[in-house]
Design a protein around this ligand. Structure first.
Ligand code: MG
Length: 189
């Protein structure tokens, strides 16, 4: 089968990692409970930053956020390795900017995820992901963003939503809360 995955906040815990980076950069010491109560994708609000300042902060710290030690979610590497070992095709589709695409691919490989170079897509806008996913004729696709999954609702691809505080209001998708349960979720589907 053909499996597709978003990367940030689906396979890896990027927002929480960015939260730690912000704490360091801004000399603050906000607690993880604060992080856990942010119910939007952007994390700048508790740091007292406006949307504009938050945007700047994100851009200015992007490389540190992307290429340091952001942890994969528990069980994620193992789950994807198992698919690979079972002979399935693994595709990664990330909206990370083009200029960071190859470094991201290398970084993802270094975390232990099985990556074929021609099965790694980057640099598209969120709303362009749909075309790539359609062309790949994926059997499964996992993402954390409701807007992306919504654009795929009428496709044959089975959609899983990585559970996040900011997608709690969305109904109608199978939720992936823990990567350790991935195998049993796809066997039940
Ligand atoms: Mg994502």
């Amino acid at each position: 089968m053909r499996f597709g995955f978003d990367i940030d906040d689906t396979l890896i815990n990027l927002r929480e990692h960015a939260f730690h980076v912000y704490n360091k950069k801004l000399n603050t010491n906000l607690d993880l409970t604060v992080f856990n109560n942010i119910n939007r994708v952007e994390i700048h609000e508790p740091f007292g930053l406006s949307d504009e300042e938050g945007n700047e902060m994100w851009k200015n710290t992007l490389e540190e956020i992307y290429f340091t030690d952001c942890p994969p979610f528990p069980g994620a590497v193992k789950a994807i390795q198992k698919l690979h070992n079972d002979g399935h095709d693994i595709y990664y589709i990330t909206a990370r900017p083009k200029e960071h695409g190859e470094a991201t691919r290398d970084w993802v490989k270094n975390q232990g995820f099985p990556v074929e170079n021609d099965q790694f897509f980057y640099g598209m806008k969120d709303d362009e992901k749909v075309h790539i996913i359609q062309d790949l004729k994926l059997d499964y696709y996992v993402d954390d963003k409701p807007a992306i999954l919504d654009t795929l609702k009428n496709e044959k691809t089975k959609l899983l939503m990585k559970d996040q505080p900011y997608n709690q209001h969305v109904k109608g998708f199978t939720r992936m809360i823990d990567w350790n349960d991935f195998q049993s979720i796809i066997t039940q589907e």
